[in-house]
Structures are given as C-alpha cells and as structure tokens.
Design a protein around this ligand. Structure first.
Ligand SMILES: [Fe+2]
Length: 243
C-alpha cells in the first residue's frame, strides 16, 4: 500500500469509527450540552448485581441512557439560569413554582428524573433480606409490618397509570407513608423525602417482564439493599437526607 493509500485507509477507518460512534451516541446527547452543574452518578455495583429482579441490559440502558438523558437535559435547561443552577437539586425542586415558565417543565421532568434515579440506584444491590432495627420498628408502626408494606406498595405501584414511581416517604420525625407520583415527580417537590422507591416506567422492566408490571414489583424486593435504606432512614431523621 502506498503512503497516500495508507493515509486514505486510515482516514476512512477514522470516519467509519466516527460514524459508528455517532450511531451509538443517543440522539439526546447534543454536542453543545453543558457538562454541569449536575453529573451522572456511577452505578454503585455491576450492572448484573440486581439480576434476581432486573437484567443487566436493562440496568445499563436505564442508567447509561435514560438517567444520563435526564442529567443532560437538566443541565441544558439550567444553561441560561445561573442563579437556579447554583441551588442544591432538592431546593430547586422544592421551589419549582419560582422557576421561569420557560424552563419549569424541563426542570420538573429532568430534575425529578435525576433525583429519582439517583435514589433508585442507591437502594438496590441488596440480597432481599428484611429491614431491621429502627427502620423495622417504623415499618411496623406506620405501615403495618413488612408483609403489609410489600402488598400495599406493590398495589400502589400497579395502580400508577402510565409512567411514574411508587415511594415510601419519610419525614424528620421518622414517620413513613406510601405514596405514588406520576412521570418523574418526587416527594422532593413537596419539600418531603423519599426513603426508597421503585420506578414503574416501562423502561425499568419491559425487557424481562414486558407488560407484567406486577411481576416486576413482586420480584424487586429481592434486590432492595436494606442496610442502605436504614442509612437513609437515619439521615432523614437527622435532616441530612438530600435526595
Ligand atoms: Fe427510570
């Protein structure tokens, strides 16, 4: 091969690689999207860590594409709103009604999406044991025990029409309640806190469960990390739980 032909071959190879990268790059990843102030938190475990309930491919797509898109779109919405961009996300979401009309919906959907998923990754990676200690006592006191919690939570999750979330909320006194929200809304928007929650958007379960959301909800308890949830409970009662 001549030098010119070799160069041309390299160039074509680079173009092919660039083309392949462009094909892999999700449509939402605009070249000019700002890289902050928010960033995608890494998964705290391997994508197959929740295989007992959620397959690795779903985890990879859910985290690497869906959550990443919420972060990108949140940063884009904040690009020309420097004062809002300085706020901690939980404050931003609690003050959505003060945000300009032009970005309020984007902040609601993508700020909610970012915080909901950040919480979601944290509370999984477990082995399906049961809550203990103060957390167990609070579940017994406020939610009628662990079995009733699971039944009521699964029922609330199944009843979400379309896309949304089911949560157990916690207040500063440690009081728990089951609550669902549509779309990417979160208890943070009411100044509250989610202790834990499950994502009932189809993107969370469709590859393995297709339309069988109740089966997904029932299986999900196998991967809840109760130690992490207990840490969040303690933080909530100290006022240090952020999202
Ligand atoms: Fe999701």
């Amino acid at each position: 091969m001549t030098i010119a032909a070799s160069r041309r071959s390299l160039l074509l190879g680079a173009m092919a690689l660039g083309g392949a990268a462009a094909l892999r790059r999700p449509a939402y990843a605009q070249a000019a999207a700002p890289s902050g102030p928010f960033t995608l938190p890494p998964l705290p475990y391997a994508p197959n860590a929740n295989e007992a309930a959620i397959d690795a491919q779903t985890m990879e797509i859910h985290h690497g594409r869906h959550h990443a898109a919420y972060v990108t779109n949140l940063n884009t919405a904040l690009k020309d709103h420097g004062e809002l961009a300085k706020l901690p996300i939980e404050e931003l979401l609690a003050k959505l009604n003060e945000a300009p009309d032009s970005v309020r919906t984007a902040l609601r959907n993508n700020g909610g999406g970012h915080t909901n998923h950040s919480m979601f990754w944290q509370v999984m990676g477990g082995t399906g044991e049961e809550p203990k200690g103060d957390l167990k006592a609070a579940i017994d006191r406020d939610l009628g025990g662990f079995e009733k919690l699971k039944t009521d939570f699964n029922g609330a999750g199944a009843r979400v029409f379309g896309s949304g979330w089911v949560f157990v909320t916690v207040d500063r006194s440690g009081k728990l309640a089951i609550a669902s929200r549509p779309n990417q809304d979160t208890p943070l928007m009411d100044g509250g806190r989610a202790l834990f929650g499950n994502d009932v958007w189809e993107h969370a379960y469709y590859l393995r469960y297709q339309n069988r959301r109740p089966d997904y909800l029932a299986a999900w308890w196998k991967v809840v990390n109760w130690e992490k949830v207990a840490e969040r409970y303690e933080a909530a009662t100290k006022g240090t739980l952020k999202v």
